[in-house]
Design a protein around this ligand. Structure first.
Ligand code: NDP
Length: 279
């Protein structure tokens, strides 16, 4: 049952993570980031998703200080950037992220991209395990990992990843990754749940959403959560931040959940992790 923005999943290590959070990719450093966080926290959001490469961690830190909620009320996720893969560089990059955020622990730290041909994600994961065991991160996870790379982590490392954050929306439903994560007790999280705006041009989605008296964004966010996937839609606009979370007063019926499967085109709005090597 979904009832409020405080709804959480319990990750495989017992840590509670809100099902819906605010994404902060391409949110300009400074007042834009700080205000987005304040709008979100005022609206009841309790989870923020940033990354070193978003270059807004300092402002996220300010937003957290000014948002009016104690640190432990907000679940903070950040991600280790590609250039920092490797054991020692991961430890160093974590310190920079934590200092920029002005925090003394992170709730969740993810390897942003696997870079399989660079072959450093195992050493990277081992550094994340060290930080986790020291209590400096409450949970550690992966992002953009396909089953074959997750399996290597499971085979060669100690700590089971808590989360795998991947691109997921109506046009890329990630059924295989989802099934694999579910079977492995790893929580899947959807990035670009609104397909970076592409869903708003879709008359078919508009028609289904209207049936429930909801916007396309509300319908799609609810659909993702009803699948058992957690998510982090991004907005900097106060009305859209509020509206994107107004999803707890309706339920998508089984027929429409089935119908949504027909939207899957295996089409990405972001990079393919097999090909993404930007550092
Ligand atoms: P989203 O799918 O969340 O779409 C964001 C876009 O939709 C923005 O242009 C936003 O504009 C617009 N928007 C939001 N709500 C509405 C609405 N109700 N009506 C109309 N337009 C709306 O894209 P993101 O790529 O930002 O993904 C979400 C988050 O996922 C990121 O912010 C980031 O935290 C994470 N992410 C992680 C990645 C990874 O590799 N791990 C990669 C990419 C994203 P506006 O702000 O003006 O409202």
């Amino acid at each position: 049952m979904l009832s409020s923005l405080k709804d959480f999943v319990t990750l495989n290590n017992g840590v509670k993570m809100p099902k819906l959070g605010l994404g902060l990719f391409k949110v300009e450093d400074g007042a834009v980031t700080i205000n987005a966080i304040k709008y979100a926290v005022d609206a009841g959001y309790r989870s923020l998703d940033t990354a070193a490469i978003y270059r807004n961690e300092k402002s996220v830190g300010v937003g957290l200080k000014e948002c009016g909620q104690p640190r432990e009320e907000i679940f903070v996720t950040s991600k280790l950037w590609n250039a920092e893969h490797g054991y020692d560089s991961t430890l160093k990059a974590f310190e920079v992220t934590l200092a920029d955020l002005q925090l003394d622990y992170l709730d969740l730290y993810l390897i942003h991209w696997p870079l399989p041909k660079n072959d450093k994600y195992i050493a990277t994961w081992k550094a994340m395990e060290k930080l986790y065991k020291e209590g400096r991160i409450k949970a550690i996870g992966l992002s953009n990992f396909e089953p074959e790379w997750i399996q290597r982590v499971l085979d060669e490392c100690e700590v089971l990843p808590a989360v795998n954050q991947v691109e997921c929306h109506p046009y890329l439903q990630q059924c295989e990754v989802f099934d694999y994560c579910k079977k492995s007790n790893i929580q899947m999280q959807a990035w670009s749940p609104l397909a970076q705006g592409k869903i708003f041009e879709d008359a078919r989605l508009k028609k289904i959403a209207e049936k429930y008296g909801k916007t396309v964004a509300q319908f799609v966010i609810r659909w993702i959560l009803q699948r058992g996937i957690i998510t982090i839609p991004k907005s900097i606009d106060q009305n859209r931040i509020i509206s994107n979370a107004d999803i707890f007063d309706f339920e998508i019926d089984e027929q429409d959940m089935q119908e949504m499967k027909s939207f899957d085109e295996n089409n990405r709005v972001g990079p393919n992790p097999y090909e993404f090597y930007v550092v």
